[in-house]
Design a protein around this ligand. Structure first.
Ligand SMILES: NC(=O)c1ccc[n+]([C@@H]2O[C@H](COP(=O)([O-])OP(=O)(O)OC[C@H]3O[C@@H](n4cnc5c(N)ncnc54)[C@H](O)[C@@H]3O)[C@@H](O)[C@H]2O)c1
Ligand SMILES: [Zn+2]
Length: 361
């Protein structure tokens, strides 16, 4: 059994454990020992079908299932109202437990519902997507979207524990697996894990190919959020690729070419590596290496950036900025992120052109 001790200083004694491998056995032990008054498992239709039977097999405690509709558009206060109503109808109290069995949508929203109902009761994360395993389930950020703004209502609160079981990834659609892999690549590029060469051996994103990298990726995220729980400094290194990537994702939210988060971040990382080359001395051969790697895995989609001025406007509204200056985390080299970089609109547009012109080079 491997596990990582996690702790955040934003609440005293707020320590929790991230379990791997036999984590579902650990989960059952945890629930059996804790003597909760009632256990609720939050699922969507996909995790109900693919993940709940696996968890159920391991559980010796009785539980009630709360099902919500899958997808980001349901990460809303309206859905929370349904969850809170079900909790109320089933006499949930402050000695209850919420088990969030799903991707980042379930984890963020289930955690938020539990942390606010009757001023909060315990919850645990059982992340079932790659993105949720290495990113969303770690760091205590909870919340829902509001009036078109992502994660606009929420809070910081840690779970009692996180149970990571990579077997769940076997039923995840390939597109979702690949999208989550963008976050592992980001973690590698900002960390001193030293596995970039091993990453470059991956030509196609499959469960077997990604599983060996998951533990280090979680450890990196945990280390960063533990040292900066409230996002005042170091945590910003996690924004690499996300200033441009997030703008692209927002730009396409309502379009037919709906981009998954990781697909947008992959493009964002290429553009921000270009900025890094211009502003923070990222060597040209590393820029080329990262560009080739990401376009091999994620393809090349120059048609995604038709209205570049609109993209700039979205970047200016990013909550990571100070005022209207657009804030970037760039790279000096692999494993050497540099925070709080600002640049001209001209250079940002040039970085988009760099991406768009790739196929011609
Ligand atoms: N809290 C944080 O720090 C943090 C960090 C990053 C992202 N997020 C949030 O995470 C969310 C995205 O998470 P996501 O990418 O996991 O999306 P998701 O939760 O929407 O899951 C993606 C899809 O996969 C399905 N699914 C989940 N597990 C499955 C499995 N094992 N087999 C088959 N299907 C499965 C889901 O039903 C859904 O349709 C966003 O809302 C984002 O804001 C939060
Ligand atoms: Zn991300």
């Amino acid at each position: 059994m491997r596990k990582i001790e996690a702790s955040n200083s934003f609440q005293q004694k707020d320590e929790y454990t991230i379990f791997f491998d036999n984590s579902l056995i650990e989960f059952n032990d945890f629930v059996s020992r804790a003597n909760y008054s009632s256990v609720f498992i939050l699922v969507d239709e996909n995790t109900k079908e693919h993940c709940l039977p696996v968890l159920d097999e391991q559980m010796s405690t009785s539980f009630q299932v709360i099902e919500i509709k899958a997808g980001e558009k349901n990460k809303s206060i309206q859905t929370c109202t349904q969850v809170w109503s079900t909790l109320l109808e089933n006499y949930a109290d402050r000695k209850s437990l919420m088990v969030n069995l799903g991707g980042g949508v379930i984890g963020d929203m289930g955690g938020f519902c539990a942390a606010t109902y009757k001023r909060g009761f315990d919850f645990v994360q059982i992340p079932t997507t790659l993105l949720a395993q290495v990113d969303a389930s770690i760091g205590g950020k909870l919340g829902v979207d509001f009036k078109g703004y992502k994660n606009n209502i929420g809070l910081f609160k840690n779970p009692q524990a996180v149970f990571v079981n990579t077997n769940f990834l076997k039923t995840l659609p390939t597109k979702e697996l690949r999208s989550g892999f963008a976050e592992l690549i980001k973690h590698e590029l900002i960390s001193k894990n030293g596995q970039w060469d091993a990453y470059q051996q991956i030509e196609e994103v499959t469960v077997d190919a990604v599983v060996p990298f998951i533990e280090d990726s979680i450890a990196l995220k945990n280390e960063v959020v533990t040292s900066d729980p409230m996002e005042q400094g170091l945590r910003k290194i996690l924004n690499f690729g996300h200033t441009i990537g997030h703008a692209l994702e927002t730009y396409h939210l309502d379009s037919e070419k709906h981009l998954l988060h990781g697909e947008a971040i992959a493009i964002g990382m290429i553009c921000e590596c270009y900025l890094s080359h211009k502003l923070t001395e990222l060597p040209p051969y590393i820029l080329e290496e990262i560009t080739i790697y990401l376009t091999t895995l994620f393809g090349h989609h120059p048609n995604l950036m038709q209205d570049k001025e609109q993209l700039l406007k979205i970047m200016q509204q990013d909550k990571k900025n100070n005022g209207t200056a657009i804030n970037f985390t760039l790279l000096k080299n692999i494993g050497q992120p540099i925070l709080n970089q600002e640049t001209t609109h001209k250079l940002i547009l040039e970085s988009l052109d760099y991406y768009n012109s790739l196929s011609k080079s």
